[in-house]
Design a protein around this ligand. Sequence first.
Ligand SMILES: NC(=O)c1ccc[n+]([C@@H]2O[C@H](COP(=O)([O-])OP(=O)(O)OC[C@H]3O[C@@H](n4cnc5c(N)ncnc54)[C@H](OP(=O)(O)O)[C@@H]3O)[C@@H](O)[C@H]2O)c1
Length: 304
Amino acid sequence: MRSTIAVTGVTGFIGKHIVEKLLRQGFRVRALTRKPRTSATDHLVWVAGALEDRRALDELVRGAECIIHCAGQVRGADEDTFISCNVSGSVRLMQAAQESGSCRRFLFISSLAARSPQLSWYANSKHVAEQKLAAMSSPVSLGIFRPTAVYGPGDKELRPVFTWLLRGFLPCLGDPASRLSFLHVSDLSEAVCQWVMQPGAEAGPVELCDGIKGGYSWQRLQELGSAIRGKPVNLISIPLPLLKLAAGFSTLTHRFVGKDPMLTHSKIRELTHRDWSASNARAYECLDWKPEVSLERALREGLF
Ligand SMILES: NC(=O)c1ccc[n+]([C@@H]2O[C@H](COP(=O)([O-])OP(=O)(O)OC[C@H]3O[C@@H](n4cnc5c(N)ncnc54)[C@H](OP(=O)(O)O)[C@@H]3O)[C@@H](O)[C@H]2O)c1
């Protein structure tokens, strides 16, 4: 039997895939959850609580040798919402790891956005979290993954875009020549497993994408969609004022129903950024990993 890994964010899109992969590889998993769970097994123990609850975090990391910190605030109407979860919550989890007596390694699932903290509250919170964790982690060994936009089964953000692309419509945010990149969730989960199985794989922030050099422009996505459907795809430029109007409306309606909005003015700067291309160079150096699912393959085979 393999070692015990504590994982956060397991009830979310990416965390779910990571845990399934770890369990398939024979690891024991302790998983943090804010929702009631009844499906515990010999290999999977649910720990009730949140990043705000230090006692729950102590319980989560008890006996674990590694932590995969995947929980994160990805939507919100103000900066505090992102800072309190992504920064303060991550620091609290690191403190629990340091005091656990068992935990030697900590993998922070950051984001490519951390590379450009000026763009959004989300990007800045991931950047600040990386800095704080790096400054305080000793003696725990810290790994940082910066995945680009992740998609795959269970994703709600990119799925509609790819579905519309294959129906012949591609909404374009910002400059059609902007560079984008993508990563299939199965490749991200595999990279996490490889990190767990390779002590010493910690080497500064590691960008992760599907390996297509230079990424994709909106125009390249349009070409891919056309080639796969055998018919043209309309690239529909969304004017910035319309995007801002939608963000204002979304913020207002989400406030009304008490939920966190994804589309905000802060998010627009991130979505329309000109360069979200990523490089796997560092990942190839420190991990025994190569992505297997290019976006083209995912679109052709419906892997999203
Ligand atoms: N999706 C992407 O394209 C992408 C790209 C790069 C990096 N990332 C990073 O990957 C991680 C997972 O993203 P995702 O797309 O899977 O997001 P998601 O589906 O929204 O999942 C977020 C997870 O974090 C948990 N969580 C949030 N706040 C928490 C708190 N205060 N205490 C405990 N748990 C909390 C959520 O729990 P509940 O279920 O209880 O809400 C959920 O399990 C995030 O850190 C995100 O920044 C995502």
